[in-house]
Write a protein that binds this ligand. Structure first.
Ligand SMILES: [Ca+2]
Ligand SMILES: [Ca+2]
Length: 98
């Protein structure tokens, strides 16, 4: 269950959109699918906010599934990245290929 404190955080993120990118390899998970349901949705951004700010469960099946911008860290920018992708047509959560 997502706490009511998460919703304002996600709403704030929606209004401060930005995107960043970096490079490192992909493995066997869908980058950005933090809740491991096979789809990238706003639920993944909420899941990450819960993980980061309320000590919620770690992104599944690998913590890197929450690293939407592929910079080797899971942080608030990944929430922004997901919201930018879902609501503003920003880049997909994946690492650039070399
Ligand atoms: Ca998902
Ligand atoms: Ca990241």
């Amino acid at each position: 269950m997502v706490s009511r404190r998460i919703i304002p955080i996600v709403i704030c993120v929606c209004f401060s959109l930005s995107a960043q990118g970096a490079a490192h390899g992909e493995s066997r998970f869908l980058r950005g699918d933090a809740n491991d349901d096979g789809n990238i949705t706003l639920a993944d951004a909420i899941y990450l906010a819960h993980y980061l700010f309320e000590k919620g469960p770690v992104p599944m099946p690998d913590v890197n599934s929450g690293d939407a911008d592929c910079n080797a860290r899971v942080d608030m920018i990944d929430i922004v990245y997901l919201v930018n992708h879902l609501m503003r047509g920003g880049p997909e959560p994946r690492c650039p290929t070399l």
